[in-house]
Design a protein around this ligand. Sequence first.
Ligand SMILES: Nc1ncnc2c1ncn2[C@@H]1O[C@H](COP(=O)(O)OP(=O)(O)OP(=O)(O)O)[C@@H](O)[C@H]1O
Ligand SMILES: [Mg+2]
Length: 381
Amino acid sequence: MRVSRLRLKNWRNFRTVDVALLDRAFIVGPNASGKSNLLDVFKFLRDIAKPGGGLQTAVRDRGGASKIRCLGARQAPEIVIDVELSNESDKPIWRYEIAVKQEVRGRRQPYLLYEKVWNDSKLIIERPEKADGLDSLRLTQTYLEQINSNSQFREIADFFADVTYLHLVPQFLRHPAAYTGPGVPGDPFGRSFLERVAKTPERTRRSRLRKIEAALQIAVPQLKALIDTVDETGVPHLEATYEHWRAHGAKQREDQFSDGTLRLIGLLWSLLDGESLLLLEEPELSLNGEIVQRIPNLMHKIQQKRPRQLLVSTHSGDLLLDPGIAPEEVVCLTPDKDGTNALVAADVPGVVDMVGAGMSVGEAVLPRAAPKQLDLMVNRV
Ligand SMILES: Nc1ncnc2c1ncn2[C@@H]1O[C@H](COP(=O)(O)OP(=O)(O)OP(=O)(O)O)[C@@H](O)[C@H]1O
Ligand SMILES: [Mg+2]
């Protein structure tokens, strides 16, 4: 199952959004145009649907509804999230929509203005219901987060609860002990990445690491072997053998790996791990341009084996050079004084013609994403 359409109102820097999404979607736009904010919609739905989650914590973790609601919104309207979910065919099987407001007095809790669920175009849940009218506290929780109430649409709850996000920060992985504190839910930055690898059932772990090792043997000069290991205190590590320095190779642990090696390991592991919607934040970071050019094909190959949706934020012209990327797979964000506009590249005037004439989607859309007069920026410093 995949998200086939996303509609938003007043979500962060977006006043309105209405975009169709395919199995693979690349989100492009200048800095601060809202790429991460767009991915955050799906993390927000995950944070509502996951065990122990819920609307209240999902909003609180983001600093409250007033931080989420678009600053450009007039008065204090609701935040609306509306998603359609489809199988292989484009016909949506599910639609889930919520509108969230914040109490103007008292505890200023977020509450639902409405929550609606459709199955095969038939409206099966429509809140507020009669019981919500009798007890308004009920509207501080979604049905999505309640197993007693989501049995009719458990498939949606499971889909969102499984959403994964990766933005691996090599320093966190190398020196997890240096970053104390409770950690971020879902470990988006990879601080516990090695623990997750270690907890994976042995056969799966070995098979994935073997594939990653084979890929690294090509991508990382002199790397010959990659294994997982545990030190004397029981802490899991990754260990690589490099064929330089010594005749029989020198072993190094992850704290010696390069940023790009760690990012590539994290990217490959997460692509191979699970079948849920995967959100990837700028997968090109720290990687050689030639490797970056292969990332879309790598995603495509993995999706052939196990269908899963991949939503990717990127700034990379290298990544978007792949001729296999269709204009329908790219979402272009353009900041405007009223909020950012989101448009699928196929709907941006001229892009389909440029791609038809032999340009890559990146060449067609990235120049539009660049702020104007950047030379002035240089002169101003
Ligand atoms: N409630 C809000 N209303 C309006 N703008 C908001 C709101 N919340 C966040 N923003 C703005 O969103 C922008 C950040 O967006 P985001 O981090 O998604 O950008 P990005 O495209 O991922 O950028 P980068 O490429 O630098 O990672 C900031 O400029 C911030 O001011
Ligand atoms: Mg970002």
